[in-house]
Design a protein around this ligand. Structure first.
Ligand code: UD1
Ligand code: MG
Length: 453
């Protein structure tokens, strides 16, 4: 469309999602660890920027909290998709909308390309909608045509084959372009005398034709990007499709993915060409994986940054962690929020880091808990050493200087500082600061005695 400035997008997201049988708003259900609505907004954003509105209703507060930057319009009672549009229209017109792209919020597979191509084809119509053709029209609204021209959309529950004949398989995809003035004129004519007792947006098609408006049904083939999600099974199918699509695009871009069928990588993650990932894996959120980094199988990586040439060995769990260049993590390491490993650091098997920086080249290779700690460059944390950071009420910090050596099975009772170059004897319970380059021993001395027979 030539002038997009007066075209706004409206996402319908107020429905109860009864078929999900869950307590939360349907569009907050997650695929590849991001809410359904995030995908819809991300597909719309390049075209509509800040001209995106969403209708909230059922559990509106939790939805609005999850999308703080989005413009919400409340539909206090969920009386149907037509009613949702009617609730939103005054606010949209007040924002200068002459054309409204309406999209169901339960279409997480939708792409920017699909939206752009639909907008182009729909440009000249007063009312237009996208249709797809499915082998089984399931619960979708059925598109009726006469001599090629669409005549109406009949919802599945209201479809009487005796009256309408066998359905063609062409169904309404839930993507519309509406002239605001036409919508204003037609919405008051909607009635709810149907099986659901709802005001259907889809009835605008028949009403528009009766009013002599230009109405277009735009066939989009069997485009899976327009599939709706109404049940847990459809959510699982959509998630599979999304994972497959993302993996395919990454492979095409030059990322190396072994066993790709088992990769679950969010499209919001950034995987550089030359990153080497072995599935099964789950890589979610705003994670980034740099070129040359290697991720072994059975890893879960959430909102984490993996630097160049770093190795994440199998069975690691990382969340909100930063791994710099050439670090080695795992196998079997757990990096919790605030974990940071600077260049060349190692965290080996059964090592847990939380709000802890492991400095350049520092190593904690076995069986360690390091929380609320700052560990200097090239320090060595022995097997089984832990920071005792919590007294049952509050958390305290531990600092360990450069090149310090913490002997195996030591307990560092925070708050405590170990100086640079200090050595803590194995098995020590350290409750006082250790000066730089000192040897600290805090354990009972060994006594060898004759054995009683
Ligand atoms: C709808 C269409 C159907 C189409 C299908 C495509 C209608 C009447 N039917 O059916 O023709 O084939 O989508 O996926 O529109 N919503 C509100 N307020 C309400 C009711 C719903 O905001 O009062 C929102 C829902 O949150 C959802 C969207 O509108 O995101 C569609 O509602 P849903 O109940 O999923 O409609 P379908 O039965 O899938
Ligand atoms: Mg739906």
């Amino acid at each position: 469309m030539a002038d997009m400035s007066s075209c706004v997008a409206l996402v319908l997201a107020a429905g109860k999602g009864t078929r999900m049988r869950s307590q939360k708003p349907k569009v907050l259900h997650r695929l590849l660890d991001a809410p359904m609505l995030a995908y819809v907004i991300s597909a719309l954003s390049p075209v509509f920027q800040d001209r995106i509105f969403a209708v909230s209703g059922h559990l509106a507060e939790s939805l609005e909290e999850a999308f703080p930057g989005l413009k919400f319009i409340r539909q206090t009672e969920q009386l149907g998709t037509g009613h949702a549009l009617a609730c939103a229209l005054p606010a949209l017109e007040a924002a200068g909308a002459a054309k409204i792209l309406v999209l169901n919020g339960d279409a997480p597979l939708v792409t920017t390309e699909t939206i752009e191509s639909f907008l182009q084809k729909a440009a000249g119509a007063d009312l237009a909608f996208a249709s797809i053709t499915l082998p089984d029209p399931c619960a979708y609204g059925r598109v009726l045509r006469k001599d090629g021209q669409v005549t109406e959309i009949v919802e599945a529950k209201d479809y009487d084959p005796g009256l309408y004949g066998q359905p063609s398989g062409e169904v309404n995809a839930g993507l519309y372009l509406l002239d605001a003035a036409a919508a204003r004129k037609l919405l008051p004519l909607l009635r709810n005398d149907n099986k659901n007792g709802e005001y259907y947006l889809t009835d605008l098609i028949g009403l528009g034709l009766a009013a002599g408006l230009k109405v277009l049904g735009i066939p989009c083939g069997d485009d899976p990007s327009l599939l709706g999600v109404n049940s847990p099974a459809e959510l699982a199918d959509a998630e599979d499709l999304l994972a497959a699509r993302t993996t395919k695009a990454l492979l095409a871009s030059g990322a190396l993915i072994h066993n790709p069928g088992a990769a679950r990588i969010s499209p919001f993650a950034q995987i550089e060409p030359g990153a080497d990932i072995t599935a099964p894996c789950e890589i979610y959120g705003s994670s980034t994986i740099a070129a040359g980094a290697k991720v072994g199988p059975y890893c879960v990586i959430i909102n984490s940054r993996i630097g160049q040439d770093a190795q994440i060995r199998p069975f690691c769990h990382l969340e909100d962690a930063v791994i710099e260049t050439a670090c080695i993590v795992g196998p079997y390491a757990r990096l919790r929020p605030g974990a940071k490993m600077e260049e060349g650091a190692h965290a080996g098997n059964f090592v847990e880091l939380k709000k802890t920086t492991l400095g350049k080249g520092a190593k904690a290779n076995h069986l360690s808990y390091l929380g609320d700690a700052e560990i200097g460059a090239n320090a060595n944390i022995g097997a089984g050493a832990i920071t005792c950071n919590y007294d049952g009420q509050r958390k305290f910090r531990t600092t360990i200087g450069e090149k310090a050596f913490i002997g195996s099975n030591s307990a560092l009772v925070a708050p405590v500082a170990i100086g640079a170059g200090a050595l803590v004897g194995a098995g020590s319970v350290i409750t006082e600061d250790v000066p730089p380059d000192a040897l600290a021993l805090a354990r009972g001395r060994q006594a060898n005695k004759p054995r009683k027979k």
